[in-house]
Ligand binder design. Structure first.
Ligand code: GLA
Length: 379
């Protein structure tokens, strides 16, 4: 999907070119997994793949949207937002609801949505859809574009309208992504620091061709375990537990909760170290931290899967690969690897063959650049 394609789809349906075109990217997280809802640190980047939305303002308070991915139209009145209809439309209605709840008066639009962010793959297709929707309403309703405020509203849409208790990472990176950079986010203060990707290495997305199942209940269970660990340590969030505090007192926790907390405490430290390694341009150091992160997500946080473990193990064994780990919520979807640019074609070929041989599944592997956050394009 790109500017040309979404413009063509819009013009076909509405017999005129769109007045506004918006792009909101998916994301891949380099490191800092299951830390955002613990007020911790994450290091994601906005990827090449994105949700594209072409539109023209309407004079009334109705929104009509056609999704090229689902070949379906949805129409909703902004004065009476109700649940129901296809699940993709809940992200649009939820975003409209959150904007209105924040006091914005919205006007409607006719739009066409296209996306090449795979759904359920851990690349945040839903956050991209929410940010594209927010950007559309901002454009048609004269709302000043404040990326981090909009990310928080999109997160509210997901938490309260869609009912998924996600943290802030996905919406924020889709809003504030920076070309050529990953972004270190402090999820407590929402301070962001762009860190350049090391030269001569590529970020490669490794899609296991499995989709996460039962992720919501497992995700919410992890959140509860983290909250009870924070209560045990007497702090607001696990972000406040240092490695030495953890070592001194973790013996008082039950074994499972202690492992969950250990993941978060060590992952926060790894994420800060990873940002430092990137600033030094030290790809090997960044890669080892990614490998360590995967071990911790597998053994302590227990959110990996057989397919993800197989993919990561194969990737880590290849020449030119500095490190690999699962990315996103887990239980399926994608892993991410850091690979020397010159080695990428052979890496991709070998990993694909070996993964298919071991699992019978056909993976999709592609290098991605780091792109800018949600924005109007062209017009
Ligand atoms: C999902 C959530 C994020 C984050 C990750 C795990 O992507 O939407 O908020 O918690 O899982 O790091």
């Amino acid at each position: 999907m790109d500017l040309e394609e979404v413009t063509r789809l819009f013009s076909e349906r509405f017999r005129e070119p769109p007045a506004i075109v918006i792009r909101a990217p998916g994301r891949v997280n380099l490191i800092g997994e299951h830390t955002d809802y613990n007020d911790g640190f994450v290091l994601p980047l906005a990827i090449d793949r994105a949700v594209w939305l072409a539109l023209r303002p309407r004079t009334d308070r109705t929104t009509h949207v056609w999704s090229s991915e689902f070949t379906e139209t949805v129409q909703f009145p902004l004065d009476r937002l109700e649940h129901g209809g296809p699940s993709w439309s809940e992200y649009l209605k939820g975003t409209a609801w959150a904007l209105a709840a924040a006091g914005h008066r919205l006007s409607g639009w006719d739009g066409v949505i296209g996306s090449d962010v795979p759904i359920g793959a851990g690349l945040s297709s839903s956050a991209a859809l929410e940010l594209a929707t927010a950007r559309a309403f901002a454009a048609t309703s004269q709302i000043p574009w404040d990326p981090s405020a909009m990310a928080r509203l999109a997160q509210r849409a997901e938490n309260e309208w869609v009912g998924v208790k996600c943290g802030i990472m996905d919406q924020l990176i889709s809003a504030i992504g920076r070309e050529g950079h990953a972004v270190l986010i402090d999820c407590r203060t929402l301070d962001t620091t762009a860190v350049p990707l090391p030269e001569h290495v590529d970020v490669v997305i490794l899609d296991t061709a499995t989709r996460r199942g039962l992720v919501d209940s497992a995700y919410n269970e992890r959140r509860r375990q983290c909250d009870s660990a924070a209560a045990f340590f007497g702090v607001a969030a696990l972000r406040d537990v240092t490695p030495s505090m953890f070592e001194a007192r973790a013996g008082g926790l039950d074994e499972t909760t202690a492992r969950r907390a250990r993941h978060v405490v060590t992952e926060n430290a790894r994420t800060l170290a990873a940002a430092e390694a990137m600033r030094r341009g030290d790809a090997p150091a960044l890669g080892s931290l990614m490998n360590e992160s995967h071990r911790s997500l597998h053994a302590d946080f227990e959110v990996s899967s057989a397919a993800l473990d197989t993919m990561v193990e194969i990737a880590q064994a290849q020449r030119g690969c500095h490190g690999a780990r699962m990315t996103g919520a887990g239980f399926g979807g994608c892993a991410v690897a850091l690979v020397d640019q010159g080695a990428v074609p052979v890496f991709v070929g070998r990993v694909a063959v070996e993964y298919e041989r071991r699992t019978g599944l056909v993976p999709r592997l592609y290098a991605t650049g780091a792109t800018a956050g949600a924005a109007r394009i062209g017009t």
